[in-house]
Structure formats: C-alpha cells, structure tokens
Design a protein around this ligand. Structure first.
Ligand code: GLO
Ligand code: MG
Length: 384
C-alpha cells in the first residue's frame, strides 16, 4: 500500500483516535453495525496504519483503552493490575509502530453516573468522582507521553433552565479544569504542553455550557487560573457548523487569539446533528474545508490535524469489521492530503482583486484547475 504524503502545508502530524476506529456505528435509531473490538485490536489497526504511512499519532479517552470501575479509581497505579498490564501492552504496540499520542481525554459522557454532567454535575459526590476520573486519565496520558489533556464539554450542559444552578455551573467548570491543571503540575508530568477545551453547541445535551470556540476562549481568559496553559481544539467542520459558524473564521479567530492547539477534522451538513462524516465526504463543505487550510497556511499556523469522525454507517461491514476500519483510516488520510493539495493551489498568485466576486471565482478556478482559457479551448473543440 502506498504512503500518502501530507506535510506540505499547515499539517505537521496526522492523528487518528482510538474512538474513531473502534466506533461500532450505532445511532439513536439503530443498533451497532460492527462488533465492538478490543482496545488491543484497535491499537493493532492504528499501528498497521502508521507502518503504511497513513498516520503518525493517536489519541484516546481513558475508557477507549481500559474499563473504569468507580470502586477502584486508582487501579492504574498498581503495576500488577489488569489495567496496568493492558495499558503497557497497548503502549508497546504503539511505540513499536512509532505512533505518538496527541491528546488524552477523560470520558465523562459514557457512564450512566455522569448522566447529569461530569465536572458540572449538581451532585458534589459525582463531581468529585469526575475529578478523580480526570486524574486517572491524566496519569494514563502521561504513560503514553500525550502532548495535551483535552476537555470536551460532553454532558456539561442543560435542557431545563429552571433546573440549572446558574450561579454555580461555570464556577464548577472552572474548579474542574483548574484541578486538572494543578494535578498535572503537582505530579510534574512534563509531557503535557497544555490543556484544551473542545466546544460543541449541543448533543448529547440540549445545550452545552461552552457552545463555540468564542465561548471557550472567553472562559479560558476570564474564568481559569492559568489561561496560558489552556487553548482550544475546534472540531471542523462539525461542531462549529452545527451552530452555523464558519470554520475559516473559527481558525482565523483562534490563531489571532493564540489559542489554536490542534484541529478535530471531519465533515458536516450545516445545522444538523453531529454527522461526524469522514473529511470531504457528504453533500457539502469542500470549499469551507479548503479555505480553512488556506487561511491556516496564510497565517503560518502549523500543527496536528486529528480526524474526529467515523465511517458512514452504510459502509460498516459486519463480515469484515477490520477491513472496513482499515478502509476508513485510508479514506481519512486521502481526504486530508486532497484538502491540503487544493489549499496549496491557492498559494500563488494571491487572489486579491478589486472585485470580491472576481477574487472568489478566480480562487475557485485555481482550486479546480480550470481557467477561462481552458473553458474557451473546450468550446472551440466542440464547435469543430
Ligand atoms: C464529540 C466529540 C468527541 C471529542 C472527544 C475528545 O462530539 O467530538 O469525539 O472530540 O470526546 O474529548
Ligand atoms: Mg471532537
């Protein structure tokens, strides 16, 4: 299988998380299509993809690697525990394939205990439990040399305003994230270059407390103790598009604020539920995707592009659950290289003309490898 070149523009590393490859493709209207596979099998698929030159990094939730038992929140500290043994086996697989870890994140959305939220759960005992799960995730991330700790808003949100403690929720959120930072510092975990917030407007909750990149930056700057430690990983096109934002603006804004850590990357139909289509797949989004990489290129930003999507449910093949997952990773790598290639076509000459319309049309012609001359030549040929 051929390696897929990618590092011609803003992307320094391609990361494919455990949760994307492991996804069994259930949705609210139908059960899983694929059998659930063990984390060691996911690690093996990722290692194979790294050897084939499709990815360089990965990421995970704690729960993607090992189960969590609230009665044994520190099981990872015992080297003879099943948890430790499993983590070491996964680490060996990833290390041998040269895969680095981009981010470690704590699942505060899967377990029923967190149904009313994680860091902002109204029950102080559940908030304590969430903080201890965050600590364990941070320790697991340390074992893998993760560069970031990521907080995705998950179930920290609301449906019923009258039942929401508005005086407290943002204080609880700040307390939880400050705690994550303090824990990293106290443990002297030097692998972490920072923490990130991943905003999302809704789903799984009716509304989330940090719906957009703008909300996340404002919260970091005014509510957190160490704003320099924190930045944002927007999910484009999905999360911002769900709120009818534009991905080009989002990345440009975050770079201007010096808050763009890395990208979550996939495709989305505007204003819909979280589609999580593979990049460039689906009925819309090509132009926005290319122009966001073009903007990053012009801004001189370089960093990790992490896929955060899953294969189309229609493509899940229960008879070949590993093969279709391999195909998914390859499609993501192809789509990213394709988007970067198209963005690269916009580099020269700079498409700034007096007329904005002309600028837009010329830029898109360059993108598509079409010029007025090629159109005229084809018309001449057809006449003959
Ligand atoms: C879901 C999010 C989710 C996060 C992940 C990292 O909509 O995109 O996949 O990226 O949990 O924390
Ligand atoms: Mg994401």
């Amino acid at each position: 299988m051929k390696r897929i070149p990618f590092n011609t523009g803003p992307c320094t590393l391609r990361s494919m998380p455990f949760w994307c490859v492991g996804n069994p493709l259930g949705d609210p209207f139908g059960s899983a299509i694929l059998p659930k596979i063990d984390s060691l099998e996911v690690a093996q698929l990722l290692a194979d993809a790294a050897r084939q030159g499709l990815i360089e990094a990965t990421s995970f939730h704690d729960d993607d690697l090992v189960p969590w038992n609230p009665d044994h929140p520190n099981d990872d500290l015992d080297p003879s525990s099943e948890t430790s043994k499993k983590l070491e086996a996964i680490r060996t697989l990833l290390d041998r394939a040269g895969l680095s870890t981009n981010t470690a994140t704590c699942s505060l959305h899967g377990h029923p205990l967190f149904r009313r939220g994680g860091l902002t759960n109204p029950d102080p005992a559940i908030r304590r439990l969430a903080r201890s799960k965050v600590e364990r995730s941070i320790r697991i991330g340390h074992r893998f040399g993760a560069r970031y700790f990521t907080y995705w808003v998950a179930r920290d949100g609301f449906e019923v305003p009258a039942a929401t403690d508005w005086k407290a929720v943002y204080a609880w959120l700040a307390e939880g994230l400050n705690h994550a930072h303090d824990y990293i510092r106290r443990q002297r975990f030097r692998n972490y270059v920072g923490g990130t917030i991943e905003p999302k407007p809704n789903e799984p909750r009716g509304h989330m407390f940090l719906p957009t990149a703008g909300h996340a930056v404002g919260f970091i700057q005014s509510c957190l103790k160490t704003p320099d430690f924190w930045s944002v990983n927007p999910e484009l096109l999905q999360h911002e598009s769900m709120a009818l934002m534009n991905g080009v603006l989002t990345v440009a804004y975050l770079v201007a604020c010096n808050k763009l850590a890395f990208l979550h990357f996939g495709s989305q139909i505007k204003a819909q539920f979280d589609n999580d289509f593979p990049p460039l797949v689906g009925p819309e989004g090509l132009k926005e995707t290319v122009f966001l990489f073009h903007a990053l290129d012009r801004l001189g930003w370089k960093g990790v592009v992490e896929f955060d999507c899953h294969m189309l449910r229609t493509e899940g093949d229960p008879d070949h659950p590993l093969e279709c997952r391999r195909g998914f990773i390859r499609h993501c790598a192809i789509a990213l290289s394709f988007a970067l290639e198209l963005a690269g076509r916009l580099r020269t000459p700079p498409f700034i003309h007096e007329s904005e319309t002309e600028t837009d049309l010329l830029a898109q012609m360059a993108l598509c490898g079409v010029s007025l001359r090629t159109i005229e030549a084809r018309a001449r040929k057809q006449k003959r």
